[in-house]
Write a new protein. Structure first.
Lengths: 322, 322
């Protein structure tokens, strides 16, 4: 039984978790960021003062298992299209917010949710502290709130620093998972929104340094105008090294062709395929990992989601071989 | 394996279901009314136009089973104390409302919920049609909406008629359960709010007549000022006979002493113990069934709930002997 820890949150982690969860010899733990501040999650965070749950929910959904997994996924994914105050809210977010209140601890809430929804593996927040992301841009502007990372009007500017609005210690079960891991997979996912924030948590870097796990980094398919505009693959890796304090042992990067129609849609948003200029400083795996299924934008969801995804199965097959 | 069908909804049915669910030789089905119109359920009903779920949720909670039953109960019982639009809402109601939308059928929503939350037994709405209760009082006033049955200002007046606001056919799985039952337990529960409405559903009476099940009626402990003011036990039974079209085979009535402090609280609301004047027209079981645990009123819940309950175990022991 190999212990695999997936570091990220959101859709990128879902892809990895979905692909790996059915392997009988893999014990999966997903660590998710808790700094999101937009959409349904942001509203709940503002109104309740609890840790935001959007990324945790996505990991939970990905790990749903057994004969009710489709119903559980539908339930956690459901978004209200009407109802005073409910409209636009995601039911999974509402459920996890209630569990945080019931259990009086985000970590325990996730343990309860994992049991109730019978997920295969574990899902933990990287910290139990409700901190915001502080983003500094090259022009000196500083903004607080993860939602600015999805704000197209802030796009094109280089981000020069990322920190947390207050000290947030590493959640004890997350620490344990990192120390016991055989493999740690970072990415795919929003570099500034889902990956780097983990490294800002107090004691994360020391713990990550102590870990003897193989460190795998999965490079994103596309740049993100308001986060990683103009960054090449090597730029991504260098930032990962800078924040995580370690150079990856293995880097996985797509070499498949992105469908031209999708490229056009991305181009309109000033987003482009990440250029592979990787230096030979680690083991590099180049493979076609483009998903044939184009993700649908949910009309009730005001946040733009990526249309192009890594293929769960293709990525999992590569990871299993490592 | 004896097939037992519990007809009611709400707290009364919960007591019966909780007591019986651990019997290995009982196959339980709970049929619940879907006419509630007050509180969280009423708000959701108004905003979504789906079948109200409050009574179904209570039955589901009572049947939660396995090592996560406490967490599942906490989850379904949770009431939001803050949040724009969420405040006052019950999470279980929100979840079931979403499932109604996902499954496009209240019956299928309950089947999914039963699987997701691993309940022991089945829970069905008595009808899938969203009808309201029409209540006629002795002074000729007619009001539409189950919430009037909890309205103290409408108390003391005799209810002379109860009907549904539109034709509502018996749900097919409810019909099947009634026809296959060995025992049907009606009550305890609000006579006009939870028990008699079942009989108003189209084809219920014919189906109930065809059933060869032993018909057990559990008399309430107390009168309800806005529903059953001044009614004796025999009055309750006569109404059950009038609406259900059959005289019960077995009547269970409390003979235990109600704690004086609780009696005082009820008296202040003009509510009194139901007087046992039962005629010997059926098998009558008199026994102490007072619960030693006094139910707590949830401060976030605007609807007054009964403080005094039947004891689950005591009632179950009697039912098991039948």
């Amino acid at each position: 039984m190999k212990k695999v820890v997936v570091i990220g949150g959101g859709t990128g982690s879902s892809v990895v978790l979905t692909g790996l969860k059915n392997s009988s010899n893999i014990d999966l733990t997903s660590l998710a960021v808790v700094t999101d501040s937009g959409g349904s999650t942001g509203r709940l965070r503002d109104e309740f003062g609890f840790l935001p749950v959007g990324d945790l929910r996505q990991c939970l959904m990905a790990l749903a298992d057994g004969d009710t997994q489709d119903d559980i996924r539908d339930l956690l994914l459901y978004r209200f299209t009407k109802g005073n105050g409910l409209q636009g809210h995601n039911l999974g977010n509402i459920i996890l917010t209630a569990l945080e209140d019931i259990k009086d601890s985000p970590g325990k809430a996730m343990e309860a949710a994992s049991k109730i929804f019978r997920v295969k593996g574990k899902v933990f927040p990287i910290t139990e502290v409700d901190a915001h992301l502080m983003i500094t841009y090259e022009d000196g502007q500083q903004l607080i709130g993860e939602h600015f990372l999805d704000d197209h009007s802030k796009g094109g500017k280089k981000i020069t620093n990322l920190q947390l609005s207050k000290p947030a210690p590493l959640y004890k079960n997350a620490k344990k998972a990192i120390l016991e891991a055989d493999t740690i997979v970072v990415g795919p996912g929003d570099l500034y929104g889902s990956l780097l924030p983990h490294s800002l948590v107090k004691n994360f870097k020391q713990t990550f340094k102590k870990s003897t796990a193989k460190f795998v980094y999965v490079v994103n398919l596309m740049t993100h105008f308001s986060q990683t505009h103009d960054l090449t693959a090597q730029d991504h890796v260098d930032l990962i090294e800078k924040y995580f304090g370690k150079y990856p042992d293995v880097i996985i990067i797509n070499s498949g062709k992105i469908p031209p129609t999708l490229l056009k849609t991305y181009q309109d948003q000033k987003e482009f395929p990440v250029i592979d200029d990787l230096e030979k400083k680690a083991k590099i795996i180049r493979s076609d990992m483009i998903s044939k299924v184009v993700a649908q934008q949910n009309n009730n969801d005001k946040i733009k989601r990526s249309l192009l995804r890594h293929d769960s199965e293709k990525l999992a097959n590569i990871l299993k071989k490592i």
